[in-house]
Design a protein around this ligand. Structure first.
Ligand code: SAH
Ligand code: MG
Length: 205
């Protein structure tokens, strides 16, 4: 049974995160060691943002929620996870409206800063340490590696790297996130910290 009380019914929010994963994200964010802000890559309609944001709110951290809100490969028209309710007039995806409603309903506007751009564009403007990085953006190998390479240098000792959709078994899911996970471990800079379903939490050594 879930022990975490949320100010919003997340069953009404579109998204790709299981309750156990969200609760782990929340716990990790609430207990962050560093004062620095946290960054989420891939917010979609705000499901993971609520869990992370509530943890950050409790810890007094700011969460930058980065998403161009045009959807990943699998959200485009004709693809497996396309949701017609999110198509704007031109047929393109636009999840920003839903995202804003979610963040407002969860009373997180003082904590969550939406950044509507590609993660690599925002990374160019970023400087300074992060307390936490959550990677849940594009799942092509190129997209996942780009997110990793653009942001990994901002994690300092004791900070947290969280990766979603890590499937060691190729039959269970795409291999880009697990590739990034293995890369992080092979760098020798991270240790495994916690896990729930396909969510992996690493800590910077
Ligand atoms: N974390 C969400 C699910 C994210 S789905 C949840 O809990 O439900 C993946 C999201 O990543 C999509 O909304 C897509 O628009 C976004 N995305 C894909 N590539 C991106 C990139 N390069 N920069 C920022 N966002 C990206
Ligand atoms: Mg995901």
């Amino acid at each position: 049974m879930s022990s975490l009380k949320l100010p919003i019914d997340l069953s009404t929010v579109r998204g790709f995160l299981e309750t156990a994963e969200g609760e782990l994200l929340h716990r990790v964010a609430a207990e962050l060691r560093h004062q620095a802000p946290a960054v989420e890559i891939g917010s979609y309609c705000g499901k993971s943002t609520v869990y992370l944001g509530l943890g950050c709110q409790r810890a007094g951290r700011t969460l930058f929620a980065v998403d161009h809100h045009r959807g990943s490969e699998e959200h485009q028209e004709g693809e497996l996870f396309h949701d017609p309710a999110l198509a704007d007039g031109s047929g393109a995806i636009d999840s920003f409206g839903e995202f804003r409603r979610t963040v407002a309903a969860a009373k997180l506007e003082d904590t969550v800063v939406p950044v509507v751009t590609r993660s690599q564009v925002f990374a160019r403007a970023w400087s300074g340490p992060l307390s936490m990085l959550f990677i849940d953006g594009g799942h092509s190998l190129e997209a996942a590696l780009t997110d990793y390479r653009c942001w990994i240098g901002f994690l300092t000792r004791g900070s947290i790297l969280a990766i979603h959709d890590v499937f060691p078994d190729p039959v269970a899911g795409g291999q880009a996130p697990v590739t990034v996970f293995r890369l992080a471990l092979a760098s020798g800079l991270f240790s495994e910290f916690a896990a729930a379903n396909s969510l992996r939490i690493l800590q910077r050594l």
